[in-house]
Design a protein. Sequence first.
Length: 410
Amino acid sequence: MRYSYATHLECSVGHDRYDIRKLQGLSAAGKPLLAGYDLEALRREVRREEIARRPPNLWRWHELLPLEDPAWIVSLGEVETPLIALSHSPRPAGFRPPMVKDESRLPTGSFKARGLAVAVSMAKARGARRLAIPTNGNAGAAMAAYAARAGLEAFCFCPDDTPEINLSEIALQGAAVWRVNGLINDCARLVESGKAKFGWFDLSTLKEPYRIEGKKTMGLELAAQTDWQLPDVVFYPTGGGTGLIGMWKAWAELTALGWISPPLPRLVAVQATGCAPIVRAFDSGASAATAWENAHTIAAGIRVPAALGDFLILAALRESGGFALAVSDSAIEAARQQVGLRDGLLLSPEGAATYAAYLEAAAGGRLRASDRVVLFNCASGLKYPMPAVTARMDVRAPFAAGISLPSPGS
Ligand SMILES: *Cc1c(COP(=O)(O)O)cnc(C)c1O
């Protein structure tokens, strides 16, 4: 039995192969590389029950991860995240409560930890010393944390409207960080142009093969957590799409292993109306997206005007029988408030977007009442601006203005 069953890297378009023992970025065609595994051997040698017996963390999936040796692991405690039913938040009559997979419990408070734990571990093992990333915040925070832990240098480039907390947490975790007067794609160009000069290894979304392997564990975990009976529909807040592509890859691998069987969940890509390139491409039947002009939304994690993996996202949506949906910032804010007030769960705006999209999809007849639905909350709500509290009380004249609870509204 091997620790990892990874065998090769393969271009996601041309399927030409690359040496998995070397530090790799994109394929020769400039497309993402994906890791391949010896699933036949794994199927013979490991039972799914064995994995279920291990401690519940990301590394229990090591056969389906690229690390050859447990000594390569750079860890901050990557726990299995819980599924929490939204029992009290509004839903259409007769529908089952949707479940939230609450990724905010991970190190650095977002699911970016999954991808960066694996990618930083691999980058270090393959000889990288200086890591650079364009980031809307959470990816940079996770890269900074794991780089510090690994003893590597980290350089982060953030659009200047990145949430303040993200900038501060990146700086406190030992990385160099800049506010850039542009969008995420401008930051990506900066990393590109500094690579050769400063010796950076580029950890941009899908520009190296292992963040997606880390994100894949969301799909693996969901399978084990649901007793290998995956939900019917999964709503995913989609920026670069690593998680969505990663889950689809995970389920293909689990299917090949015979550990799950079809039907697989329908995937729903959720975006904001102020930045919805995938929704536009999906609805027009295109196989790739065009860049979104003047992208804006409070949901910083999904403010990605152009995604390198757009064709992989669109293929996964179509193969799964899913769809793509954009929701407005006001719907996101209302959703965040509803779930906080009624269910006591403080979602990130991106997570709230999935609940808003769920309501819209249900109202539009795109879901069945019996569907088991999972929504992804990808980051801690504590990282984002929250409404100011203005109520004051005078100890010398208490209760003068009366006492009331916040209204949950409709
Ligand atoms: C990065 C991020 C996303 C988008 O994830 P992708 O897998 O890159 O599409 C969504 N929400 C939050 C909070 C994020 O940080």
